[in-house]
Design a protein around this ligand. Structure first.
Ligand SMILES: C[S@@+](CC[C@H](N)C(=O)[O-])C[C@H]1O[C@@H](n2cnc3c(N)ncnc32)[C@H](O)[C@@H]1O
Length: 355
């Protein structure tokens, strides 16, 4: 199946705190849907509307399912429905909420009832890969991992990371992550086409994890937990919208979310109105320079004067293509240092006009 039809992201591999800080004050935010975590996290901002956009209808169907489930369930039931905590009754929970879904979304999930019953939180391609990664780590580094996640402070954590996870065998495995054939034939991810050479991928990941190990406790990062344990816990690190102190407010604000199908490059024709905050995730991971430029052109077409943006960059470093996009370098640096999703550089700034 085509990558942009498949369910690729289902839980969370970013850090919504960063987008909330970068886009504070925006009134209408456009956000790539992905797993749905980012648009739901952004409901904690004071924006009156969050437009969740994705070219992939499967990602939008997932967000619509999560919205219906948050409307229907208290937090504990929602976590059980997702699959974060155990449940034997997800099928009956789905029967309670499926009438709230549009016919297209209901059809999508009716055809995938087994995924709903297993819990959609780990149904994405990336979540499945991360679960395999965590099984592998448990097998070969189980005790070291327990010590790492129990470290009392970042100094001890960084020491443990250097001693137990910085060796050549693990580096060789990390280097595999950069191999084109792994992305093409094993992961089947189009982003592989835009990666730097394997040695650079390995070097960059090693340095990102080393830096992160000195900056924050891995056990406080929901993405680190997914990488190391392959699963979240209801009382552990979780994305912003799932935290107990935020859930009720998210629930009250669901009507601020609007889900739109389409690509960034088509934003000028999508009738989304003037947007003053853009949460763009790492769309550049899927772009050559021409498409990257077209996507930014779409963003500029929809941008209100002075709109803010927050972009994530994984491995595909590209120059901003228009002079009307002004980076705030010091804020980019500060947010890159505090972001708990480890593997991204954050680029933020302002859009000053049309291209
Ligand atoms: C950029 S990807 C990154 C995944 C991200 N870390 C997450 O968990 O959401 C997020 C979403 O953007 C969508 N996407 C990628 N390029 C896009 C584009 N040019 N226009 C609209 N959606 C796009 C993908 O389908 C994916 O669901």
């Amino acid at each position: 199946m085509d990558f942009f039809q498949n369910l690729n992201f289902s839980s969370s591999n970013e850090d919504g705190e960063t987008e909330l800080a970068a886009l504070a004050g925006a009134g209408r935010i456009l956000c790539l849907t992905g797993s749905g975590t980012r648009p739901l996290d952004l409901l904690m901002s004071d924006a009156e509307e969050i437009v969740a956009l994705d070219v992939n209808p499967a990602q939008n169907a997932l967000l619509a399912l999560k919205v219906a489930a948050i409307e229907s369930f208290e937090r504990d039931e929602f976590l059980a429905f997702l699959g974060v905590s155990p449940s034997a009754t997800r099928g009956t929970a789905y029967d309670r909420l499926r009438h709230c879904l549009s016919p297209a979304v209901r059809g999508y999930w009716d055809r995938r009832r087994a995924l709903v019953e297993a819990g959609v939180w780990y149904a994405g391609k990336w979540e499945k890969l991360l679960r395999w990664n965590a099984r592998f780590l448990r097998l070969f580094r189980g005790r070291a991992l327990d010590a790492l996640l129990a470290a009392p402070d970042v100094e001890e954590q960084a020491g443990l990371w250097g001693q137990k996870f910085g060796d050549n065998r693990l580096r060789a495995v990390i280097k595999l992550i950069g191999r084109d054939w792994i992305w093409r034939w094993v992961v089947r991810e189009p982003g592989g086409a835009f990666l730097p050479p394997p040695r650079d991928v390995a070097r960059r990941l090693a340095s990102d994890f080393m830096r992160a190990s000195r900056s924050f406790l891995f056990r406080d990062s929901d993405f680190a937990i997914l990488i190391f344990r392959g699963a979240h816990q209801a009382d552990g690190a979780l994305p912003v919208h799932l935290r107990p102190e935020n859930y009720q407010r998210i629930r009250e604000r669901l009507s601020r979310l609007r889900i739109v199908e389409g690509g960034l490059a088509d934003l000028g024709e999508l009738d989304v109105g003037a947007i003053d905050g853009f949460s763009l995730s790492d769309f550049g991971s899927y772009c050559g320079t021409d498409l990257y430029s077209s996507c930014w052109k779409g963003v500029l077409d929809a941008a209100a004067p002075g709109a803010k943006f927050c972009e994530r960059i994984f491995m595909n470093d590209m120059e901003l293509p228009f002079a009307e996009i002004e980076e705030d370098r010091s804020l980019s640096k500060a947010l890159s240092e505090t972001d708990k999703a480890i593997i991204y550089r954050i680029r933020v700034g302002t859009i000053t006009g049309k291209a």
